[in-house]
Design a protein around this ligand. Structure first.
Ligand SMILES: OC[C@@H]1[C@@H](O)[C@H](O)[C@@H](O)c2[nH]c(CCc3ccccc3)c[n+]21
Length: 434
């Protein structure tokens, strides 16, 4: 038997734009993802979040599924585009359902859906947006702070900065390395200002969620890419400094003001870690570099050679273990939460209305064991959130990639529990694995 610590926070995660739908309901204003998904060619088959899982209307049914799972916590995001509109009352209703079900709410303030009006003013390339975000954070706390247990400022600033502004594969679709570094800095400033605002309003537990990945392969390129993906955020946020090597590198692209480190380095109560897969690099003089890792000419990003998920991501649970152990040793004193871990596989509904997602069960089982192994080595891991509760809008892939414990038939909005749903329910009930 593998038993987790008493009170381990077993959860599942979602995000507003990926599940809510009701894109224009009750005053919701457009976000950069409404603009991006409605721009031909950006999202596969022109899919958008207009309807998604219709969670805005079906939240009670979905909370009932969470209760059936026995979730201890639920990680969701608040749509900034609903703030200040009648539709913001949705979060009162959702929180009431969650608390009624005995589920601890973990709320992300920003999961990529920047109001388009702010983008029109420069978005994350404009320092002012960081201050607008802090105002939104304070306002959201005022309305919901009495029921939200942990506030997470940002989901994955690396993706917002480097996928949104480096390659442009995500909204707002900018393709400029200087913009990516500038956006990264302003996002961290936004985090720091928001933490200050949340603390001033009385928030007890604040965090940020980073997508972190071990970088495997040749030592020198791996060190650089580790700097560009991991240390560029970990060090300012948890140490109050930019790593010297990263600073020298980013100065090749931008002279943006970087002296906000004191504001950025706000104490947080827990660090959210999204882990899916490591990255693999090797030195290759012919390699053109990767637009999401600016300045990596001469570094090849290689595909994994082992088993992969439907996203083409390598399946590597031991890298979760090593990542958690590294974080606990290099950034001691900050408790950890796995705020996302999961996998997309080709799911099919059988005649008897079942989805036998054995690959997903195997993936989750291996990663839960890896998380336990990290705890055994001293990692202060407080919880594990599966991405995702529901199949949902998978950004540029639209609805073609399914990560859910629950299958969603988008034609009918029917929810179908996958085998992984039952497996996870048993893990939570046992607080561990046989
Ligand atoms: O792709 C699965 C999930 C998304 O649905 C979540 O919204 C997002 O938080 C999330 N992050 C990652 C890993 C980082 C990543 C995201 C998108 C593209 C490339 C890497 C995987 N996921």
């Amino acid at each position: 038997m593998i038993i987790f610590p008493e009170g381990f926070l077993w959860g599942a995660a979602t995000a507003a734009y990926q599940i809510e739908g009701a894109a224009r309901e009750d005053g919701r204003v457009p976000s950069i993802w409404d603009t991006f998904s409605h721009t031909p060619g950006k999202v596969r088959d022109g899919h958008t979040g207009d309807v998604a899982c219709d969670h805005y209307h079906r939240y009670a049914e979905d909370v009932a599924l969470m209760r059936e799972l026995g979730l201890r916590a639920y990680r969701f995001s608040i749509a900034w585009p609903r703030f200040g509109t009648p539709g913001f009352g949705f979060y009162d209703r959702l929180l009431d359902e969650l608390l009624e079900a005995g589920i601890t709410p973990v709320a992300t303030l920003y999961h990529w859906d920047l109001p388009q009006s702010l983008q029109d003013g420069g978005g994350w390339l404009d320092r002012d947006t960081a201050y607008r975000f802090a105002e939104y954070a304070a306002g959201a706390y005022e309305r919901l702070g009495d029921r939200v247990a942990t506030w997470t400022t940002l989901n994955e600033p690396w993706v917002s900065a480097f996928v949104g502004h480096g390659s442009g594969r995500h909204a707002p679709g900018v393709g400029d390395p200087a913009a990516a570094f500038t956006a990264a800095h302003h996002l961290m400033l936004a985090h720091g200002l928001a933490v200050q605002a949340l603390r001033a309003a009385g928030a007890g537990s604040v965090s940020i969620t980073l997508n972190l990945a071990p970088i495997l392969g040749d030592e020198e390129p791996a060190r650089l890419v580790d700097g560009l993906c991991n240390r560029i955020f970990l060090d300012p946020l948890l140490r109050g400094v930019y790593p010297e090597d990263v600073l020298a590198h980013l100065r090749r692209f931008t002279d943006v003001k970087l002296d906000d480190l004191e504001t950025i380095h706000q104490p947080i109560d827990v660090l959210g870690v999204n882990y899916y897969s490591p990255k693999h690099v090797r030195t290759d003089p012919e390699a053109p570099g990767h637009p999401e890792h600016p300045g990596t000419e001469g570094i090849a990003f290689v595909d994994p050679d082992g088993p992969v998920t439907a996203m083409g991501w390598g399946i590597n649970p031991e890298c979760l273990e090593s990542l958690l152990v590294r974080l606990s040793r290099e950034y001691p004193g900050t408790p950890l939460l796995i705020t996302e871990n999961g996998a997309a596989f080709e799911d099919t509904v059988t005649g008897d209305d079942r989805v036998h997602d054995t690959d997903r069960v195997a993936f989750l089982d291996a990663h839960v064991r890896a998380a336990h192994a990290a705890i055994a080595q001293g990692a202060d891991l407080r919880g594990y959130f599966v991405w995702s509760l529901l199949d949902n809008f998978e950004w540029a892939h639209g609805y073609h990639k399914r990560f859910g414990l629950v299958y969603v038939d988008y034609e009918t909005q029917r929810r179908i529990r996958k085998d992984s749903f039952h497996w996870y329910r048993d893990v939570i009930a046992a607080n561990g694995l046989r």
